[in-house]
Design a protein around this ligand. Structure first.
Ligand code: 13P
Length: 252
């Protein structure tokens, strides 16, 4: 039985004050949540502040990015060692905003994935097609290539530290979410691929999240799909009431 996971990607939002406030509201209402696993991913400068607020709660801390090297001359980068040192248990890898806008290659994403797992972090690996790719009927091809270029670098044992987030690029920040059927279709495809590439147990256990314009109104129907094991939430994770409602809809 896969436990549902609700993760908030705060992206480049919040201030010291609003980050702490948001975390406090989440801890007050969902700090002892047991039915759903909850993760928040604040911007780097607020990780330690948010960590203090989360202390003693069951809400886990995640980062939005990392560099694959443990240390060295990489100006402006943050290493997996620093993340664990700051109390992170999770990290997002391969987000389309980094693949597309910052030109991150498949190879770089694979190195990040391997480094994160090696350093004991759990990874949310993002994949997903653009609108032109979907319109051209290439969704499965694109998603398969993104999986193929990263996950085979890990053993099935190491895959226990990974969740895949299907985030169609056309659904991110647009207000147009994938329909539950569209999400289910791709999630089932990912699970079949995992079964073929690894083994039945890995395919059965690995959680596949949906992300892209998830909110309190559409989360329930998405989460009701058999292969939707959670959600990765951007905009709606910045409002405590909205994020809490999404957590509640994952309980069912
Ligand atoms: P939105 O929920 O704002 O569409 O963002 C989704 C996302 O990119 C989460 O990583």
């Amino acid at each position: 039985m896969r436990k549902k996971l609700v993760a908030g990607n705060w992206k480049m939002n919040t201030t010291r004050q609003t980050a702490v406030q948001l975390a406090r509201e989440l801890v007050a209402a969902a700090g002892q949540e047991t039915a759903v696993e909850v993760v928040v991913c604040p911007p780097f400068p607020y990780l330690l502040l948010v960590r203090e607020v989360l202390a003693g709660s069951r809400i886990a801390l995640g980062a939005q990015n990392l560099h694959p090297e443990p240390k060295g001359a990489f100006t402006g980068e943050v290493s997996p060692v620093m993340l664990t040192d700051c109390g992170c248990q999770w990290v997002i890898v391969g987000h389309s905003e980094r693949r597309r806008d910052l030109g991150e290659s498949h190879e770089f994403i694979r190195r990040k994935l391997v480094a994160a797992v090696h350093h004991g972090l759990q990874v949310i690996l993002c994949i997903g097609e653009t609108k032109p790719e979907r319109d051209a009927g290439q969704t499965f091809q694109v998603v398969r290539a993104q999986l193929q270029d990263s996950l085979p670098a890990l053993t099935s044992d190491q895959l226990q530290a990974v969740v895949v987030a299907y985030e169609p690029v056309w659904a991110i920040g647009t207000g147009v979410n994938a329909t539950p059927e569209q999400a289910q279709e791709v999630h089932a495809f990912v699970r079949r691929w995992l079964g073929e590439q690894f083994d039945a147990k890995t395919a059965e256990n690995l959680r596949i999240l949906y992300g892209g314009s998830v909110n309190a109104s559409n989360a329930g129907a998405l989460l009701a799909q058999p292969d939707v094991d959670g959600v990765l939430v951007g905009g709606a994770s910045l409002q405590a009431s909205e994020f809490l409602a999404i957590i509640r809809s994952a309980r069912r």
